[in-house]
Design a protein around this ligand. Structure first.
Ligand SMILES: Cc1cc2nc3c(=O)[nH]c(=O)nc-3n(C[C@H](O)[C@H](O)[C@H](O)COP(=O)(O)O)c2cc1C
Length: 168
């Protein structure tokens, strides 16, 4: 039997969303951990990141032309947690997390060397949706480690997980 649940419980029914580390620069570089990241279009290839206005990164993204989406592995969970709990207002997150800056090919935002996938995006749209702004970017360059396996990546929704068995 089903019983009525509130909106919070409804949103808690999701199993988890892929964790990414978004990077942006306004002269200073910053990293933010995000579970709100989604594909918005294949042609053109658009991906979006949902960022709350209280985040330091939000103001940086408002003024930015581009950003990068870096996909971390489960081995990076401590660095992921640091980038998701400390603010760039107070700490320099490359130094705080031990992650290494890498130069992007086509954008001004830095990439994260330890992440096996780096996706360079040019910002094309901002969508205000309740308490988050979705910054949507077109993929203009991307690279992937040859040994990349999606099973090594992280999901998050209240707790960190890895993906389970393939069903179909
Ligand atoms: C696993 C995880 C996922 C997160 N997902 C989001 C998200 O999707 N959107 C968001 O605005 N903040 C998210 N956060 C919170 C920000 O990463 C956190 O507030 C961060 O300290 C903001 O840094 P900043 O002030 O340098 O921008 C997440 C945090 C964690 C640990």
């Amino acid at each position: 039997m089903k019983k009525a649940i509130d909106a919070q419980e409804a949103e808690d029914a999701f199993s988890g969303f892929p964790v990414v580390l978004a990077t942006v620069s306004d002269g200073r570089d910053n990293i933010i951990t995000l579970a709100m990241c989604h594909v918005f279009s294949f042609k053109p290839p658009l991906i979006g990141i949902g960022v709350g206005p209280a985040r330091f990164t939000h103001g940086m993204l408002k003024g930015a032309k581009d950003f990068a989406v870096n996909v971390p592995t489960k081995e990076l969970v401590e660095a992921v947690d640091i980038c998701g709990t400390k603010s760039g207002r107070k700490v320099e997150k490359f130094a705080a997390s031990g992650l290494t800056r890498e130069k992007a090919e086509k954008i001004s935002a830095p990439l994260i060397a330890e992440c096996p996938v780096n996706i360079e995006c040019t910002k094309v749209k901002e969508v205000e949706a309740g308490d988050h702004t979705w910054f949507i970017g077109e993929i203009v360059a991307a690279r992937r480690e040859e040994s990349f396996d999606v099973k090594d990546t992280l999901l998050y929704w209240g707790e960190y997980r890895v993906i389970g068995e393939r069903v179909k």
